[in-house]
Design a protein around this ligand. Structure first.
Ligand code: IMP
Ligand code: MG
Length: 179
């Protein structure tokens, strides 16, 4: 599929992201203080940069696991039907769990994943999303921690893609079509 031409305008700098992650890590440490059974679960693929920076900032013993839910395909419109493409490798029953997502948009993805994981009876189940687009919400869902609230713009960078491109940008930028 040929791509429409676009440019990327920086919205959140790498420095601002790093500063926010320091704050979030302190709050997460306080919540999970003393735990020796924390598993941090990244939603593939968009959270891979965020989870890497977050777990390195957190002063807690952690295990890391990943889960993959179906996403947008190659478009910019969300789908309501969430499918699990890759499940966790480990068990979470009785564990402290932190689910790490890149963006909460309509809310369908995290809502579904949390519902599924809570059925496995973790001791605690918390969620963090780097970005939140509250204006787009279609299901009642709120992450326990949010990095930044953003307007209804399609964004890329810091792990987040547009048709699999731009995940490697160190900052968050918004896509602006030029045609
Ligand atoms: P939701 O199920 O609508 O909340 O969608 C969340 C998922 O959609 C996120 O994990 C992202 O992968 C993707 N997504 C939502 N907004 C954007 C965006 O602006 N750029 C890229 N991916 C997005
Ligand atoms: Mg995603």
């Amino acid at each position: 599929m040929p791509q429409r031409p676009y440019v990327i305008d920086q919205m959140i700098s790498a420095k601002a992201i790093a500063a926010r992650i320091e704050e979030l890590a302190r709050e997460i440490e306080a919540e999970f203080e003393g735990t020796d059974k924390l598993v941090v679960i990244g939603l593939l693929r968009g959270s891979f940069v965020f989870i890497a920076d977050l777990v390195r900032e957190m002063q807690l013993p952690v295990e890391v696991d990943f889960i993959e839910a179906s996403s947008y395909g190659d478009g910019t419109v969300s789908s309501k039907e969430v499918r699990i493409l890759k499940d966790l490798r480990g068990e979470i029953q009785g564990r402290d769990v932190l689910v790490v997502e890149d963006i909460v948009d309509t809310g369908f993805t995290l809502h579904h994943v949390i519902h599924m994981l809570s059925a496995r009876k973790p001791a605690r189940l918390k969620t963090i999303a780097l970005l939140d687009k509250p204006l787009r919400r279609e299901v009642n869902f709120k992450a326990d921690w949010i990095g930044f609230e953003i307007p209804d713009e399609f964004v890329v960078g810091y792990g987040i893609d547009f048709a699999q491109r731009n995940r490697d940008l160190p900052f968050i930028g918004k896509v602006r079509f030029t045609d």
